[in-house]
Design a protein around this ligand. Structure first.
Ligand code: SF4
Length: 489
């Protein structure tokens, strides 16, 4: 169980392999079309859906604008509630905190709530290096873990698997990780869920340490929030003696009223439900109830880099609903593995380069091009992230990063045009020079001086061989206007 995205090829190469897998395409088409239809039905029930989206985007933007203040407030509230707050600049620091906590309690295993942040930092692999087993308890994550596979969707990590593949994985691999699958297991969903439930129950009851992420963190009260559908999260958050939550710094919301908006947006956009089956909230330690030691790791890992990007910072509004994946024509055909990251699809195409920076590796630089720019992702995003605009901006940044500091002729021409159009006086001078140059070039087809000049302009001779260069007017429009007062004199 050591699968990793490290060393994945660039998107075009990985996508070519994925496209040749007809079983994968059929599984994805079935799953995404089902979730899409459910989402459309429940979103259309809400008259003020657009107002909710605007509110969600505004709350996130305002919070990001004063992120430092909200994070300090969150730390203060959490500490007052008996939690220990750790700040982690990167994956290594965050992983070290979780490993230290587990070791200090003599734990050689932890149970996990599904969490994108812990996948992003490679927590399971880091703990395994320290001899600590991390057991995923979300059903889809369990399928991925037992199958030594990689997640391919934010919400449904095993979306690329069908029922009979899941049955085979359980039958072959459950025994390696604990209670084996029943001998007579079939591919009926209820039988598969029962097998997973029996397998996981032993782990819930045994584990001393639980690990989670958080969908939201309310600064005012120091409350962490996890939403889920199976109840496994509730078990991990209440049964172990110790709880460690790894939380991206962008998850903070100032108040419970702000949280209310997201608890309406998230379930309809993600699972196509009116509300989440399980919404767990906890505020530090409650004596005699639940974990008596709570640690919260506030994770940066590239988020402040993304925050510094004027266009890209809107990606930090993301509430990981995965609606953009389900409508993306590229994702539907290639699946999530081709993106080479725990964040696939349209949000992955912008979030990975924003978190890691561009110009450093070919795989990350290929992601902003993994899109047709059709705009479907923007239309469904509950927090109105304009993914196509961020993609275009990132493409420009990728190109710039590979330029080696040498500007291209087009860039120089555009810079000159920008300068010329910045004032009326410069525009007039540019027109006069362009008129003179144009007349010389136009004569170049017949005059020896012009032909010599044309032959020395890069690309100009081949261009003018096939086209007639129009002779510019003897007087520009601006000069004519000045001379005649717009035709009145
Ligand atoms: S970008 Fe928007 S639609 Fe995509 S996962 Fe994030 S919140 Fe959902």
């Amino acid at each position: 169980m050591t699968a990793t995205f490290v060393g994945m090829p660039p998107f075009p190469e990985a996508a070519r392999v994925a496209l040749s897998d007809s079983q994968l395409r059929s599984n994805l088409a079935h799953a995404t079309s089902t979730i899409r239809a459910k989402r459309v039905a429940v979103v259309s029930e809400v008259d003020a859906w657009e107002e909710l989206r605007l509110a969600g985007a505004a709350i996130k933007d305002n919070t990001l604008l004063h992120l430092d203040e909200h994070l300090l407030r969150l730390e203060e509230s959490l500490t007052a509630n008996g939690a220990t707050v750790h700040w982690a600049r990167d994956a290594a620091e965050a992983n070290a905190v979780v490993a230290d906590v587990a070791r200090s309690h003599g734990a050689d295993e932890v149970v996990k709530v599904k969490s994108m942040a812990t996948q992003e930092i490679g927590l399971n692999e880091a703990l395994a290096e320290q001899g600590i087993a991390a057991w995923e308890t979300d059903l889809a994550e369990l399928i991925v873990q037992l199958g030594d596979d990689l997640p391919s969707h934010i919400l449904v990590p095993a979306i690329h698997r069908n029922r009979s593949e899941i049955q085979q994985i359980f039958t072959r691999h459950m025994a390696e990780a604990g209670r084996p699958a029943p001998d007579d297991l079939t591919d009926e969903p209820a039988r598969l869920a029962e097998a997973a439930r029996l397998h996981l129950r032993e782990k819930f009851l045994r584990a001393k340490v639980g690990v989670s992420g958080a969908n939201f963190a309310v600064a005012d009260t120091g409350t962490l929030v996890v939403v889920e559908s199976e109840g496994n999260g509730r078990m991990c958050l209440t049964l172990p003696e110790v709880l460690v939550s790894v939380v991206g710094i962008e998850k903070v919301v100032p108040t419970w009223s702000d949280l209310d908006v997201f608890l309406q947006l998230l379930p309809r956009s993600s699972t196509g439900e009116r509300m989440n089956p399980y919404t767990s909230t906890w505020s530090g330690v409650t004596k005699g109830d639940g974990p008596q030691e709570v640690h919260v790791v506030l994770l940066d890992n590239g988020r402040t880099r993304a925050l510094a990007d004027e266009v890209g910072r809107q990606a930090l509004r993301c509430i990981r609903c995965s609606a953009c994946l389900n409508v993306c024509p590229v994702y539907e055909r290639t699946g999530g593995h081709a993106y080479g990251s725990v964040y696939p699809g349209p949000i992955g195409a912008i979030l990975n380069p924003l978190l890691r920076g561009v110009g450093n590796d070919e795989q990350t630089d290929s992601l902003p091009y993994a899109s047709s720019l059709c705009g479907a992702c923007f239309e469904v995003c509950p927090v109105r992230i304009d993914i196509p605009s961020v993609l275009v901006d990132l493409r420009a940044k990728v190109v710039d990063a590979h330029r080696g500091g040498i500007p291209k002729p087009e860039a120089l021409a555009m810079k000159a045009a920008s300068l010329a159009f910045s004032s009326g006086r410069l525009t007039g001078a540019a027109e006069r020079m362009a008129g003179m140059a144009g007349r010389v070039l136009a004569r170049g087809r017949t005059g020896p001086g012009g032909r010599w000049l044309l032959s020395r302009l890069p690309g100009a001779s081949s261009w003018t061989n096939a086209r007639d260069l129009p002779v510019p007017p003897a007087e520009s429009f601006r000069a004519w206007w000045r001379r005649t007062g717009g035709g009145r004199r």
